[in-house]
Design a protein around this ligand. Structure first.
Ligand SMILES: [Cu+2]
Length: 171
């Protein structure tokens, strides 16, 4: 019985280790700043509708720091929270803000709108936003791409926009 038990203990240990390693591997949603090739941009510019998947995690990160779209296109943006933490502790949203306001200025306004999931009732600075979600959830927003230029996007959950922000480039 002894060698059998030893083998099964070893097997369980190995399984736990493998599980741990693969778990670590999948939770790696690091920031990827990938430049688009001219062919990719060309292809993108011809689409009426573009779909974007933006991942977020328990480490307070988006997986994109830059999004590119073309004026007049319709964007179907899905925000996914790949973590497990609840919305009250690690809530995320995607907010695309207008040019007249900076990320830090907007964050200061948004923090006062807790009752509205950190979206100010006055939407004058908001071009588009998703719902606020917790781990395991996803949410989609559909919006028209604004005029050419560079816009900012952020997560308006308190304290997150210092890291969770990026550029929305309209060509
Ligand atoms: Cu967030």
């Amino acid at each position: 019985m002894k060698p059998y038990r030893l083998t099964s203990t070893f097997l369980i240990l190995t399984l736990v280790l493998v599980g741990f390693v693969s778990c670590k591997e999948t939770s790696k949603t690091e920031m990827v700043k990938k430049e688009m090739t001219s062919e990719e941009l060309e292809k993108l510019s011809k689409q009426d509708t573009i779909t974007i998947l933006l991942n977020s995690n328990d480490k307070m990160q988006f997986d994109k720091s830059e999004i590119t779209a073309f004026e007049g296109q319709t964007v179907i943006l899905t925000l996914k929270h790949t973590g497990t933490m609840p919305v009250t502790a690690m809530g995320h949203n995607f907010v695309l803000i207008s040019k007249g306001v900076s990320v830090s200025e907007f964050a200061k306004i948004a923090i006062k709108a807790k009752e509205n999931d950190y979206i100010p009732r006055d939407l004058k600075h908001v071009i588009a936003h998703t719902d606020l979600i917790g781990g395991g959830d996803s949410t989609t927003v559909i919006f028209k791409v604004p005029a050419k230029g560079t816009y900012d996007f952020l997560c308006s959950f308190p304290g997150h926009s210092a890291i969770m922000k990026g550029k929305f480039n309209v060509k």
